[in-house]
Ligand binder design. Structure first.
Ligand SMILES: Nc1ncnc2c1ncn2[C@@H]1O[C@H](COP(=O)(O)OP(=O)(O)O)[C@@H](O)[C@H]1O
Ligand SMILES: O=C(CO)[C@@H](O)[C@H](O)[C@H](O)[C@H](O)COP(=O)(O)O
Length: 472
């Protein structure tokens, strides 16, 4: 057991390596249950444009993600970090990063103790990556999985490299999600470990027997040596091989988890709760009954998929590719227009202004279909706006209609009526895009005929810490 340094209650550290930001949360046990003692959030600014890369590619610079992680930990109180006995790590699912197992990072002394920086790692190809065209995906072998294969899924990306840049893969002997990479660096794992949650998000994974479709993949020359070992969510991957930002050597590190499942875990208490998470992406989900098993073969046209959760349970999820990223793109568009008109406006200054404008505009007749990024079940259906009246063109009208469109899009994937038929009585809201946007919350409360309760904006990090507390 890690020696919890310092006096006071032991702590558990939860981390969420999200698509836009890294969140860290220190959770302590009190006589009234678990308490969020400290938290920190840092935007990664990690989106990287490879020179001349095709526009569909979405890659992130792992060095920048780890830099944001180090900044988060450096901002947390040392005396509490010294009492950390367990570390829970979650992050953006589906994506893949490659590294050389013995050279994946470089440790050095930072102001708050030893810390690592990424080395000899590839870019992170994220869940938003669109390099695998529908034609390419249909050229791949049929998976034995209940999850349909989609672009941005780890195994699809590996197949893309195998076909288009095979020498790229030869430079690495390990692969995983960004959260698996961090667990491997902290515990000095020679072979990465991956939870069932993240394995299911890569494709070619059979959740029933918890194994990769190795035979199918081998027949297509897939480099199966890159596939991580798979373990149960909530299990321990190892112990910190050295002190880390004041966290003692020997602290237990959980197998990395999906950010979405951890967001749900942070707030889901009743089976009659539905969870609405709006971060870079967006998900609307309900628990499936105990013992539920997903169908053997997926229905690619279905808007709802089944995600492995904890203890063999599943969540029914409307997983939209369009969430906070659509708002972020709208803000970027406003900033670009302002610049073209000769004004320099910071995107961070635009968010409060568009929100204030929409708060002053209680209703809008504009109809916004916000799927800028398509959806996995309808990749070709992009965004559109209709019912555009001359009196509906203010910033407030457009922002209000965009926020409503995001929620309506999720409800087109998992209808309110379906939620009512399944006995849902309450909506639990999570994710920073929801926590930071009152207009979005107003539209949620208008559309759902249920009470809505909101979490914090570090939900997945808190959830990852809670998993570790309950695994103690
Ligand atoms: N200043 C802001 N005010 C309101 N919303 C914001 C602001 N900055 C970012 N956002 C929204 O938050 C989203 C990112 O949420 P976050 O939880 O950090 O994402 P992730 O967990 O995917 O990394 C962005 O896509 C954007 O829509
Ligand atoms: O795309 C799906 C599911 O298929 C999402 O649940 C996916 O896990 C998440 O969007 C990614 O992990 C990114 O999450 P976030 O960065 O938006 O929090």
């Amino acid at each position: 057991m890690a020696a919890a340094g310092g006096s006071g209650p032991s702590c558990v550290l939860g981390i969420d390596l999200g698509t836009t930001s890294v969140k860290a949360a220190l959770v302590t046990g009190t006589e009234r249950g678990l308490a969020l003692a400290q938290s920190c959030c840092r935007e990664t600014q990690a989106h990287s444009e490879s020179p001349g890369a095709a526009p569909q590619r979405m890659e992130q610079d792992v060095q920048k993600i780890i830099k944001a992680l180090n900044e988060c930990l450096a901002a947390l109180p040392q005396q509490q970090l010294q009492r950390v006995t367990h570390v829970g790590i979650s992050g953006q699912m589906h994506g893949v990063v490659f590294w050389k197992s013995d050279k994946g990072c470089k440790w050095s002394e930072s102001g708050t103790g030893p810390a690592f920086e990424a080395e000899q790692v590839s870019p992170l190809v994220t869940w938003q990556d669109g390099r695998c065209s529908p034609t390419f995906l249909t050229s791949l072998p049929l998976p034995q999985s209940h999850v349909s294969l989609a672009t941005g899924f780890g195994c699809a990306t590996v197949f893309w490299y195998l076909k288009n840049s095979p020498d790229f893969l030869k430079a690495y002997d390990a692969a995983g999600t960004i959260q698996d990479y961090v667990v491997a660096m902290l515990c000095d794992l020679k072979k990465p470990l991956m939870s069932v949650q993240n394995a299911a998000s890569w494709g070619y994974f059979n959740c029933r027997n918890k194994s990769w479709n190795t035979d199918i993949l081998k027949k297509s020359s897939f480099p199966v040596h890159l596939l991580p070992e798979v373990g149960d969510p909530g299990s321990i991957a190892g112990r910190t091989a050295r002190a880390w930002h004041g966290i003692p050597k020997g602290a237990k590190v959980g197998i990395a988890l999906g950010d979405f499942q951890c967001s749900v875990y942070s707030c889901l208490t009743e089976r009659t709760d539905a969870v609405l998470n709006i971060s870079t992406s967006a998900q609307l989900t309900i628990s499936m009954p105990l013992g539920f098993q997903p169908p053997e073969a997926p229905d690619p046209s279905s808007a709802v998929t089944y995600f492995p959760y904890f203890n063999g349970d599943y969540l029914a999820v409307a997983a939209s590719l369009n969430g906070g990223n659509v708002l972020a793109t709208f803000v970027g568009m406003v900033a670009q227009w302002a610049q073209e008109l000769g004004f320099q406006v910071q995107e961070s200054a635009i968010y409060p202004r568009i929100i204030q404008a929409a708060l002053a505009q209680k209703h809008s007749k504009l109809s916004v279909h916000p799927t800028l990024f398509g959806e996995r079940h309808l990749p070709e259906l992009l965004a559109s706006v209709s019912d555009i009246g001359a009196s509906e063109l203010s910033l407030g009208h457009v922002t209000r209609a965009l926020c409503r469109g995001l929620v309506e899009n999720l409800c087109s994937m998992l209808a309110v009526q379906q939620l009512e038929e399944m006995g849902v009585r309450r909506i639990l809201g999570s994710g920073s895009a929801l926590a930071r946007n009152e207009v979005l919350r107003q539209e949620v409360e208008r559309i759902f005929p249920f009470p809505v309760v909101y979490g914090k904006d570090v939900d997945a990090a808190v959830g990852a810490a809670m998993v570790m507390f309950h695994s103690k």
